[in-house]
Ligand binder design. Structure first.
Ligand SMILES: *[C@@H]1O[C@H](CO)[C@@H](O)[C@H](O)[C@H]1NC(C)=O
Ligand SMILES: *[C@@H]1O[C@H](CO)[C@@H](O)[C@H](O)[C@H]1NC(C)=O
Ligand SMILES: *[C@@H]1O[C@H](CO)[C@@H](O)[C@H](O)[C@H]1NC(C)=O
Length: 242
């Protein structure tokens, strides 16, 4: 059950990214996902070759808002990566995400801000990104079919808002914070730290933080972890292991 859920999650986000800034067009892939034994711990860990981060899964309608803060990544090596906040995926066949991507072409690094709701992918060129900027990405989905993605440069206070309307219905039962690499590439960072990772619902009665969420770690060979994840309070820390 969990495995199927997580496979769907990987599938949806990978499909979503196929035409995106990070992924080559028509790149073929097969998720290779392994659930790590957690000896009864509640925060299960799943290995895969693409995503490192944390997510909560509750019931439909739980999440109407998700947010996190992170630095603009300077990739090391030949590949870029993305950092994003998401609502849904996993057991829901729609999703809403916002974040930033870096890519490397002939040694030149470019940065991009974007958001997407299912197949509707929007680039946000008005938020020119510079390495070292502190970015906050937030998603507000007051209804299942409309909402706004908000990307802010906290370094200078500039904000870009991308509305979505009459979009493919969300379930609003997943909240996720993640770094995404190019499939099977080496890990292009030492550490990604996502902070202020929070999500809540219409009543705001419970604020979900990163601590206690399920984890996604990157492993390209079964059991050999390349990027590990730890959570504490509202922080998700992703480390290159090798
Ligand atoms: C990545 O590696 C996995 C596991 O070895 C493999 O199944 C998959 O096809 C690879 N994907 C890409 C896009 O190279
Ligand atoms: C963010 O703010 C810093 C400081 O003002 C600036 O150097 C950088 O270019 C800004 N980036 C964006 C996205 O506007
Ligand atoms: C959750 O929401 C989705 C999308 O609207 C819907 O397809 C699904 O049936 C809902 N599930 C439950 C258990 O209500």
């Amino acid at each position: 059950m969990r495995l199927n859920s997580a496979l769907t999650f990987i599938f949806l986000f990978v499909s979503a990214a196929l035409s995106g800034p990070l992924r080559e067009k028509d790149q073929s892939w097969v998720p290779n996902l392994v659930k790590k034994s957690t000896n009864g711990a509640s925060d299960d860990v799943y290995y895969n070759y693409l995503l490192a981060g944390a997510y909560w899964e509750e019931t439909n309608g739980t999440f109407t808002f998700a947010t996190a803060t992170f630095n603009v990544p300077v990739p090391s090596g030949q590949h870029g990566y993305a950092v994003w906040v998401g609502i849904d995926g996993i057991t829901c066949n729609s999703w809403f995400t916002a974040g930033i991507s870096s890519s490397v072409t002939d040694g030149k690094i470019t940065y991009l801000a974007w958001s997407e709701w299912a197949d509707d992918k929007q680039y946000l060129p008005n938020l020119a990104i510079a390495p070292g900027d502190v970015i906050r990405a937030s998603l507000n989905a007051p209804s299942a079919t409309s909402g706004v993605a908000i990307l802010e440069n906290l370094t200078n206070g500039r904000t870009v808002v991308q509305p979505f309307d009459a979009a493919q219905p969300l379930c609003r039962r997943i909240a996720a914070w993640s770094a995404e690499i190019q499939a099977n590439a080496s890990i292009p960072f030492d550490t990604v730290k996502i902070t202020n990772a929070r999500a809540y619902g219409p009543s705001s009665q419970r604020v979900y933080e990163a601590a206690g969420a399920q984890k996604l770690e990157i492993s390209q060979k079964n059991g050999v972890v390349m990027a590990s994840v730890s959570t504490e309070g509202s922080s998700v820390t992703i480390h290159r292991v090798q």
